[in-house]
Design a protein around this ligand. Structure first.
Ligand SMILES: Nc1ncnc2c1ncn2[C@@H]1O[C@H](COP(=O)(O)OP(=O)(O)O)[C@@H](O)[C@H]1O
Ligand SMILES: [Mg+2]
Length: 234
C-alpha cells in the first residue's frame, strides 16, 4: 500500500505559552477527501498552519506522501506538493483573473493549466480579463482554488471555503469540490459548515480544543448525535 498523502501524528503547537494543538492525529489516504470540522477557535487553522509550515509544531510529526516534513519551512512543504487555499481567500485584487492564475503556475506534464481550471470553473473562463476585486465572493473562492491547482499539488488543503458565502454559493462550492474529488486529488477540507463538510468528505474528523474527538464516515457522524450536539452545536 502506498503512503498516505498526509499523516499527522500527535501534533502539538503553541502560540507563545498558549497550548493550542494538544495531540492531533489525522490521515488523508491517496485519492481521499477528508473533512476537518469544528467550531470557531477549535484549532483548525492552526492545524493547517502547522502542516503547511507556517507554524513550527513543538511535538509530533507531519508526513506528506511518506516524507517527514515536520517543522519544515513553508516553501519546502509547497515544493513537496502541498497547496493551500487559505482562509479569507487572499487573491490579488488588483491583478486580473488570468494573471492570478499565471503567477501561481508550476507547470507539470498533463497537469493543471488555465484551460483545465476554466473547464472546472466555467464562470471564471468568462471573467479572465476582470480584476480579482471585481469578482463575487463565490468567484473569488473559485479563483483561490484554481490558483492552488495551478501549482499542480499532490495534496490540497482548503481552509473554510464556505466562509462569508451565501447558501447558494456554498452549494456551488460543494459541487465543485465533489468534482475535484473525482479527479483523485487528495483533499483536506477544513469547515465549520457541517453540510458542506459531510458532502465533500469521505471521512470526517471533528476537532475540539486542539484534539480530534471523532473520526468516521459522514454516516457514522450522523448517527453519533452526542458528537454533533456537544462539539458542533447541531
Ligand atoms: N496568532 C495567534 N496568536 C495567538 N492565539 C491565536 C492565534 N491564532 C489563533 N489563536 C488562538 O488559537 C485557538 C485556535 O485558533 P484557530 O486555529 O484559528 O481556530 P479555528 O480555525 O478552528 O477557528 C483560538 O483560541 C485562537 O484564539
Ligand atoms: Mg480558522
Amino acid at each position: 500500500m502506498s503512503a498516505p498523502a498526509l499523516e499527522v501524528q500527535d501534533l502539538h503547537a503553541y502560540y507563545g505559552e498558549s497550548h493550542v494543538l494538544q495531540g492531533v492525529d489525522l490521515v488523508v489516504r491517496p485519492g481521499e477527501a477528508v473533512a476537518l470540522i469544528g467550531r470557531n477557535g477549535a484549532g483548525k487553522t492552526t492545524t493547517i498552519s502547522a502542516i503547511a509550515g507556517f507554524l513550527r509544531p513543538r511535538q509530533g510529526t507531519v508526513r506528506i506522501n511518506g516524507r517527514n516534513l515536520t517543522g519544515a519551512p513553508a516553501h519546502w512543504v509547497a515544493r513537496a506538493g502541498v497547496a493551500l487555499v487559505p482562509q479569507g481567500r487572499r487573491i490579488f485584487g488588483d491583478l486580473s483573473v488570468r494573471e492570478n492564475l499565471a503567477i501561481a503556475g508550476r507547470p507539470a506534464a498533463n497537469g493543471w493549466d488555465e484551460a483545465r481550471v476554466v473547464e472546472l470553473f466555467p464562470s471564471l473562463g468568462r471573467r479572465l480579463g476582470l480584476r480579482g476585486d471585481q469578482l463575487s465572493g463565490g468567484e473569488q473562492q473559485m479563483l483561490a482554488v484554481g490558483r492552488a491547482l495551478m501549482r499542480n499539488p499532490s495534496l490540497l488543503l482548503l481552509d473554510e471555503p464556505s466562509e462569508g458565502l451565501a447558501p447558494m454559493l456554498v452549494e456551488e462550492v460543494g459541487e465543485t469540490l465533489v468534482r475535484l474529488r473525482a479527479t483523485g486529488l487528495p483533499l483536506l477540507l477544513v469547515e465549520q459548515n457541517l453540510g458542506l463538510a459531510t458532502r465533500v468528505g469521505q471521512r470526517v474528523h471533528v476537532m475540539n480544543k486542539g484534539t480530534i474527538v471523532f473520526t468516521g464516515t459522514p454516516v457514522e457522524l450522523a448517527a453519533a448525535r452526542d458528537v454533533e450536539a456537544r462539539y458542533l452545536g447541531v
